[in-house]
Design a protein around this ligand. Structure first.
Ligand code: M6R
Length: 613
């Protein structure tokens, strides 16, 4: 949610910033801007994509070796040129880019206006630039660094900040509270960014800032300290991310690339963790807390969006395979309803980005109340992965497309491994069953590959027929009910078609009223133990002339007969079924969105990682 990049070195700052902003654009794309220092503060910004800014900068080049840039997902103030970042102080000497929300900005702004300051924008961020300048210019013998710290003391809210001052033209100031920031250490050059994607091509040495910390970054040094001015020595981490992983590799969109990466990402997620011959699983990240999990009365899982859907799959998995009761919570609701959670409970948070503000808030709330907090994250070094007591990384590789695809399948694989491991430790699953499950789990990557190879064309054709459908219904049962929700979410977020996911049997309690000959109904009929019931539900849709698209196992003549269109997928054990059934749904939404001319990787109003509550 909003991207920040900063550079200081010997390269053209604008070039590094534009390249970096393009890589960060998945975090927000309402507007973009840069400020570069060259004797004075030079700023260029405007509504729209980074490519617009790039065109402007080609015409009116801004030269300089030090600068900051921003790509915005609007929170305060509509996305227009004036509200774009960077924001300048009244004198134009201080430039600020900001991720997060300043909650008390109206009070601060009112005070600053009373002191004679004039504002240009409706944003909360401009208040930061003005407040720093107010403190800096009205206090005797104050350093700029102290002025920032005093300003931050007055600010209530969240921020990732990069700040320039034309009076200190050799440094970038950064600060973090609730919004990720890291700095990249190059060879006689330094980078700052809200995630590693803009800097991975220059350096793999990074320092992650924690909440309440700031840093002063020059071309060849950095000083990290708390905002109370205590110096800190920070660990330098090595990035595992490669440049290839964040490029499209010949695919027209990141989303399609990420869908097709799933045979590999699912295999990577299992790599080194399974021994199917012995029937054992080793999840190093939670090994030390397994006893706690075995004793847990229940597990609460909190997440948002697609990660919430994988949490629902997790509920079925833990209850069936490990007989541990599970409650699934929207992370955004959890914190505000005085949750009954404490010692002896386990909160498991699931997040691709590891930065989702609602999920992070749920984590902190549960920790405060004494629960053990575990995480399933994709991004190594992310805030959630660092704040949980223990956890498992999904190792799916960077997911850039705003619509989550490979993160979902990797999260489900981790949940399967956790549930199996717990079931085995609780004595519910014997070695023979474990071997059977693990042998099948290891076949999943090739089954996904099979689906991608054999269904892609058929799904493209089918997408052509349904491109202009105004509504879609998705129905699933048991393990595939969350997949119905996920299919509907994928379609609505990238194609803007209204879609609903339902447990198939729930349809007759209301949504059935929507069904007529115009309504495509996607039925996920690939779970053996609910097949007969699913067939009845399909009959109910058919009787009302709904158009059935089924995702079914190879050998299901009855479902095939009832369907106008069907996609056959290989059979698997019921509880692994979401790993296969979700693939055709991802492709269907992708091709429909492409046919509708939608921006698949950057759908309107959305951002990849939602770091505001
Ligand atoms: O990074 P997270 O997994 O915490 O993100 C949660 C949701 O914001 C995310 O899944 C969102 O719903 C995606 N756009 C879905 O495709």
């Amino acid at each position: 949610m909003c991207g920040i990049v900063g550079y200081i070195g010997e390269r053209s700052a604008s070039d590094v910033l534009i390249k970096g902003l393009k890589r960060l654009e998945y975090r927000g794309y309402d507007s973009a801007g840069v400020a570069v220092m060259n004797g004075k503060m030079l700023c260029s910004k405007g509504k729209g994509k980074v490519s617009n800014l790039e065109k402007t900068l080609k015409k009116n080049k801004i030269e300089g070796f030090l600068g900051i840039g921003h790509t915005r997902w609007a929170t305060h103030g509509e996305p227009n040129d004036v509200n774009s970042h960077p924001h300048l102080s009244e004198s134009g000497k201080i430039a600020v880019v900001h991720n997060g929300i300043i909650e008390n900005y109206t009070t601060l702004k009112k005070n600053l206006i009373e002191r004679g300051r004039t504002f240009q924008s409706q944003t909360d961020t401009e208040v930061i630039a003005q407040l720093i300048e107010e403190i800096y210019t009205t206090s005797a013998d104050i350093t700029f660094d102290r002025a920032i710290r005093l300003a931050l003391k007055q600010i209530v809210g969240t921020y990732g900040l990069a700040i320039l001052n034309s009076e200190t033209p050799d440094r970038i100031f950064i600060a973090r509270k609730g919004s990720p920031l890291l700095l990249g250490i190059g060879d006689n050059e330094m980078f700052v960014a809200s995630d590693a994607s803009p800097i991975v091509e220059y350096t793999n040495k990074v320092v992650y800032l924690d909440d309440g910390e700031m840093a002063i970054v020059t071309q060849d040094s950095y000083r990290v300290k708390t905002i109370d001015d205590f110096p800190l020595t920070k660990e330098v981490h090595e990035l595992a991310m490669s440049l290839d992983a964040i490029e499209k590799a010949g695919y027209p969109h990141f989303m399609l690339k990420e869908i097709f990466e799933q045979p590999r990402s699912v295999a990577d997620c299992m790599r080194g963790r399974l021994n199917h011959e012995e029937g054992t699983i080793l999840l190093g990240g939670i090994e030390d807390v397994m006893d706690h999990l075995v004793k847990a009365r229940r597990i609460v899982i909190a997440a948002c969006g697609t990660s919430w859907h994988s949490a629902l799959v997790g509920e079925y998995l833990f209850e069936q395979l490990a007989k541990t009761p599970v409650e699934v919570e929207y992370a955004s609701e959890f914190r505000y309803r005085d949750p009954l959670i404490g010692e002896g409970d386990v909160l498991l948070v699931i997040s691709q980005s590891g930065e989702t503000a609602d999920t992070l808030a749920a984590l902190r709330e549960a920790k405060k109340r004494g629960a053990l907090v575990l995480g399933i994250c994709n991004v190594v070094g992310s805030t959630i992965s660092r704040e949980t007591d223990a956890g498992v990384f999904t190792h799916a590789g960077p997911e850039i497309g705003v619509a989550s695809t490979k993160a979902f399948t990797a999260q489900v694989v981790v949940l399967i491994m956790m549930a199996l491991e717990l079931g085995e430790r609780k004595g519910i699953l014997g070695q023979k069953e474990m071997k059977r499950y693990l042998t099948e789990l290891m076949r999943i990557p090739s089954k996904i590959e099979y689906i991608l190879e054999h269904s892609d064309e058929a799904i493209q054709k089918m997408a052509g027929l349904f491109t202009y459908a105004p509504n879609f219904l998705y129905l699933g049962r048991s393990f595939n009910f969350p997949v119905a929700l996920e299919g509907a979410l994928k379609l609505k977020e990238i194609s803007y078609i209204h879609a609903e996911g339902y447990p198939a049997a729930e349809m007759k309690h209301g949504p059935i009223a929507l069904i007529d000959e115009m309504m495509p109904v996607v039925v996920i009929a690939a779970t053996d133990h609910t097949n007969d019931k699913m067939i009845s539900n399909i009959q109910e849709v058919k009787a009302r002339k709904g158009r059935i698209i089924s995702i079914m196992n190879d050998d299901n003549p009855e479902v095939k007969e009832l369907s106008e269109f069907h996609i056959s997928i290989p059979s698997t054990i019921d509880c692994f079924s979401p790993l296969l059934t979700v693939i055709p749904l991802q492709l269907l939404s992708y091709y429909i969105a492409v046919n509708r001319g939608c921006n698949v990787d950057q759908p309107r109003n959305l951002a990849k990682s939602v770091t505001v509550e």
